[in-house]
Design a protein around this ligand. Structure first.
Ligand code: IPE
Ligand code: IPE
Ligand code: MG
Length: 250
């Protein structure tokens, strides 16, 4: 893997990805239903989008619903779908006004018709915006992403548009969900879990990983700054040694 273009600008991530975990435990600690934890989680989402926009972060990818989350109790899944639809409806004007470009990644075929319509609508409405590129991963899993890329490649080969011999890492990556975005520089996971839970796999190849015990609804400006502070302290070597980086940055 070669050194990415942004190796010089190490101090601020271009692309942040977040596994927003801990809504349920946040509610449980307060003897509240899990659903209220999810509601509070939306408030934290709003804050972090605003902050990243203000900080001129290029891209923010949020894990909102994994392919595995369908296995939760039906009542919770239904609640999350309704919350998701209502949040889209409520927030779209503000996102448009704030110049946010929104896109959803994941297997969108898994969603009901009203939700799919609003997903299409919100993506179309914000498509020309030039500010923060906001990606919401829904019904997403990293393994799904790799398989769907492989399927598209197979179809291209069958159609005679791609030759298998020229399939390189770069060409493969073009078929993945976040192909046009800079690589993920910083991954944040809340709630004290130290796992990736089938989120971005390929795209995290060289990301810095930040884990915090904070539960997602409590994630705020202070916590984001702590994550960014952690990031600035990393030396991103991409396989090289420190002395080489000093030369590159000279
Ligand atoms: C993350 O919070 C939100 C989603 C997965 C939709 P959780 O609901 O996983 O919260 P915990 O892990 O049960 O605390
Ligand atoms: C990961 O959280 C998915 C999202 C944040 C959307 P989970 O709470 O589903 O992860 P696991 O199952 O505990 O690993
Ligand atoms: Mg969880």
């Amino acid at each position: 893997m070669s050194i990415p273009d942004n190796v010089h600008a190490l101090k601020r991530p271009r692309h942040i990805a977040i596994i927003m975990d801990g809504n349920g435990r946040w509610a449980k600690r307060r003897h509240l239903p899990r659903m209220l934890g999810h509601q509070e989680g939306v408030k934290a989402v709003r804050k972090v989008i605003k902050l990243c926009g203000e900080m001129r972060i290029e891209a923010l990818t949020l894990f909102a619903f994994s392919s595995e989350n369908w296995q939760r109790p039906e009542q919770e899944v239904n609640y999350l779908m309704t919350l998701f639809l209502n949040t889209l409806k409520n927030e779209i004007d503000k996102l448009t006004k704030n110049n946010v470009q929104l896109r959803m990644v994941g297997n969108l075929e898994g969603f009901n018709q009203p939700l799919r319509e609003w997903i299409d609508k919100s993506q179309t409405l914000t498509a020309k915006n030039t500010g923060l590129q906001l990606v919401i991963a829904v019904n997403y899993s990293g393994q799904w992403d790799i398989v769907q890329a492989a399927q598209k490649i197979i179809n291209q080969v069958k159609a005679g548009k791609l030759e298998t011999e020229i399939l390189t890492r770069e060409i493969f990556a073009e078929y993945l969900s976040l192909a046009d975005l800079p690589a993920v520089d910083l991954l944040i996971r809340t709630s004290g879990e130290y796992r990736i839970s089938n989120f971005l796999l390929w795209q995290l190849a060289y990301s810095e990983l930040y884990f915090t015990d904070i539960l997602w609804p409590d994630f705020d400006e202070h916590e984001l700054n702590k994550a960014l502070q952690f990031y600035t302290q990393r030396e991103r070597r991409f396989g090289c040694i420190s002395e080489q980086l000093a030369e590159i940055n000279a």
